[in-house]
Write a new protein. Structure first.
Ligand code: FUC
Length: 792
């Protein structure tokens, strides 16, 4: 590939090193993360390991909570919302969750003066998962590349130069640590705090509590391979490498975290990390690189997207050849650049691959990347939108194995959450509130009821189990052994949690609509009432999924009959006098009409209770909510904007959805294309990618819809490899806003109905395909047809 062609690959590139963390480029294997700054004289890679958290397992439940539940319910029925809220905040909440921690930094210092550097470029190639830095120094070429390997579980850096390299390698950590040079390895060992006293305030060491016997400890090990030259261990724990033109550095990292219920201490992290590093060190650089690229490309290459006409290298618009920061700036100023939107889409896929792989921890608010001891919102799992948004893209964008860590998190929460359900609410099943950490804290956090008093986190998470089933319906083992038991546990809690209102309808009490507040009849701002729309939407959906799952599995007839009965009695969605979908049971006025959460639109996206074809009145009422929120400044955080893209896609409003892609990328994106809440929060990246997919393909109702929300800005394009529910893979090509060609591949057989431009499509000449077979057709909208796909 020549240099001109390279510019058109899926890559981020810059003409100067990163100064800020939000300019550095992320690499990761789901477990080890690195932010590559790319300095020529001083390279810094800010490191993370996904099990390095503050704290240790402890009982965070509030044994007092249950005593207040009935009183709170009565206060709410009596309209004494303020009093109920106070009682909850004083008596029914728990404690703050723990924080994800930075691991440390790898520094490479080179003896060169920055002034003599020319032709500098650093980049991240999404297609290979390799970050590179190259430049000339006094005319000689220098090149460095770095990646984190899934197969070998190490970070690998290779430095090459036309002249002799003279470098020192140093490790450090913002946490308590020591560095030593053991034979052939630089080793840093350290400890995470057991508690961080306060967040939001920046890194204040005085508010950090260390207790080395109970917190998590960790190690980073670095070893170097040189080809000729010298390696010398310096007294202060650095290593100096000189007189060689090629160096390979391998970095391993580990903690002694074993399990959310176990006090860390049983394993020696340095030994654990060393063992992995020693195995990798036996393989030559070329083999490490080849296995990494193979693993990466097998997943990354599953989906290809083009927006805009096919690229003609000779006449390409200048955009793709611009450095990414400049490209972002031009785009933010209004330049049309659909190729940049493609880059953002693929970057979302890349980030999920880099932060969530089978066997690792699920991606949290910052994926796996974090330099702070007191990160914003503890870098936790916020389950009232953020954690789920991280996984909206997983199935449709063909990264379904990246979903597995979320399933593990749900499984573990069902264990801690069972105790919380019993202790806090005297309920069966399992429950989770809005903040979760590595210790699988399921109890409410402290603070305000508007965020903490929300026992529906587990119910929303269960949607992700059902989604996995819908995309892979052939995997009945998953449905029977994993999804159904967890969904049933969450539903058991809901059955106990629901209460009847005065009209006999089932609602929740107490209830909030995540993190919004209303004006009470007395004129006060309050968050607590009964039966918020989101609560009942979530519960209805879970009940329906349980009913369908039990039918497929032939399970639990008697229990399911009871669930059906409860489901029928749930409060329905209601439209207020102003034509908007109601957020609460009562027609309260919102305290913040432009609030960032769009909780009552759950049924439109990610849920499917509201649909422009099946429930047009509700869809119209949802549209009104959206417009009203936006009129008052809603959508102002990255994730909120990303949610809006998906909501407009579901309303078939492609141009409106595209407007918010532009807003997300222009207003809420850092130079390294990380999403800005602000501060950095990765959900907007993932939600944005999911939104782009949702505009091109939908499969949540009774059929697969091709190009359901295609904006004018994407008149031409093609996509390969998107996934549809039912186990289908879809390729499409379109031109001048009209579908030219589509290919449907089936993994599991089953019925496949396709809709395009509001019509079900005729598939010329064929009505049946076999499982595993391909079906391609020329799109001629107009005739209703169902493709029956037989099981092979
Ligand atoms: C929820 C949101 C905030 C933020 C936090 C991590 O509380 O309301 O905007 O994203 O999660």
């Amino acid at each position: 590939m020549n240099e001109e062609m390279m510019k058109f690959r899926d890559r981020l590139w810059y003409g100067q090193p990163a100064e800020l963390w939000e300019e550095a480029l992320p690499i990761g294997n789901g477990r080890i993360g690195g932010m590559v700054y790319g300095g020529a004289a001083v390279e810094r890679i800010a490191l993370n390991e996904d099990t390095l958290w503050s704290g240790f397992p402890r009982d965070t439940n509030n044994y007092d909570a249950l005593r207040h539940l009935e009183k709170v319910r009565t206060l709410i029925w009596d309209g004494k919302y303020e009093e109920a809220e106070q009682r909850i905040e004083r008596n029914m909440l728990g404690r703050r969750t723990e924080s994800y921690q930075p691991l440390g930094d790898l520094y490479i210092h080179q003896d060169l003066s920055e002034d003599a550097i020319t032709d500098y470029e650093r980049s991240l190639d999404l297609d290979t998962g390799i970050a590179s830095v190259q430049y000339r120094y006094k005319g000689a070429r220098y090149h460095r590349e770095v990646f984190v390997s899934v197969p070998d579980q190490v970070l690998v850096m290779r430095l090459e130069a036309e002249e002799e390299l003279n470098i020192t390698v140093r490790l450090s950590s913002p946490l308590r640590h020591k560095v030593a040079y053991a034979p052939n390895q630089l080793v840093l060992v350290g400890h995470a705090p057991v508690h961080i006293a306060d967040n939001y305030l920046g890194d204040h060491p005085q508010s950090i509590l260390y207790e080395e016997s109970s917190g998590i400890s960790f190690a980073i090990n670095v070893t170097a391979h040189i080809y000729g030259g010298q390696l010398e261990a310096l007294a202060d724990g650095r290593i100096r490498i000189s007189k060689t033109r090629s160096i390979t550095l391998l970095l391993g990292a580990a903690t002694n975290f074993e399990h959310f219920e176990q006090v860390p201490g049983g394993v020696n992290p340095a030994r654990k990390s060393q063992a992995v590093l020693n195995t990798a060190a036996q393989r030559p650089y070329s083999a490490l690189r080849a296995s990494h690229i193979q693993d990466h490309q097998e997943m990354y290459g599953r989906v290809k997207l083009r927006l805009g006409p096919p690229i003609d290298i000779d006449h390409a618009a200048g955009n793709a050849a611009l450095p990414t920061d400049e490209r972002l700036r031009k785009y933010s100023e209004g330049a049309d650049d659909p190729g940049f939107e493609v880059l953002y889409f693929q970057y979302g896929r890349y980030l999920l691959m880099a932060s969530s792989r089978p066997g690792t921890q699920a991606a949290h608010l910052q994926g796996i990347w974090n330099p702070h001891i007191q990160p914003p919102w503890n870098c936790g799992y916020t389950t009232n939108i953020n954690t789920q948004m991280n996984y909206w893209l997983a199935e449709v964008c063909s990264l379904s194995e990246c979903h597995e860590p979320l399933t593990d998190l749900i499984r573990e929460l069902s264990i801690t959450g069972k105790r919380t359900a019993r202790i806090h609410y005297g309920a069966d099943g399992w429950v989770t509130h809005h903040n979760v950490d590595i210790w699988r804290t399921a109890s409410p956090s402290d603070g305000k009821a508007s965020w903490a008093m929300w026992p529906l986190g587990g119910v929303w998470l269960c949607r992700h189990l059902w989604e996995q089933h819908l995309y892979q319906p052939g995997n009945l083992d998953f449905l029977r052994d994993t999804a159904y038991p967890l969904m049933k546990g969450a539903a058991l809690f809901c059955i106990d949690w629901l209460v009847a209102d005065s009209g006999g309808r089932l609602v929740t009490n107490p209830s909030t609509s995540p993190e919004n507040q209303f004006i009470t009849p007395a004129g006060n701002v309050c968050s607590v009432s009964a039966g918020s729309t989101m609560d009942v939407s979530l519960i209805r959906e879970l009940f329906k999924h349980c009913i369908q799952a039990a039918q497929i599995l032939g399970h639990d007839e008697a229990w399911i009959n009871m669930v059906k009965e409860a489901c029928d009695k749930l409060r329905p969605l209601e439209v207020g006098e102003d034509g908007r979908l109601m957020e609460w049971l009562e027609p309260f006025e919102e305290a913040e009409p432009g609030h960032r959460h769009l909780s009552h639109l759950y049924g439109l996206y990610p849920g499917n209770e509201i649909h422009p074809r099946h429930t047009p009145e509700l869809a119209q009422a949802a549209r009104k909510v959206l417009e009203a929120r936006l009129e008052h400044g809603g959508g102002h955080t990255g994730w909120s904007c990303a949610w809006i893209i998906n909501l407009y896609a579901r309303l078939y409003e492609g141009d409106r959805a595209h407007e918010f892609i532009r807003t997300l990328l222009s207003r809420s994106t850092y130079p390294n294309l990380f999403d800005a809440h602000p501060p950095f929060q990765i959900d907007g990246n993932f939600g944005g990618t999911a939104g782009i997919a949702e505009m091109l393909l939908q499969s949540h109702s009774d059929c697969i819809e091709l190009l359901p929300a295609l904006p004018m800005a994407w008149r031409d394009g093609s996509v390969e490899g998107l996934k549809a529910r039912g186990g289908f893979t879809i390729d499409m090509e379109w031109d001048d806003s009209r579908l030219l060609r589509a290919i449907v591949r089936s993994q599991h057989g089953g019925v496949c109905r396709i809709r395009y431009l509001g019509q079900l499509l005729e598939i010329t000449g064929r009505s049946e395909i076999q499982s595993g077979e391909e079906l391609s057709f020329t799109a001629e909208p107009g005739v209703e047809y169902t493709i029956q796909i037989k099981k092979s």
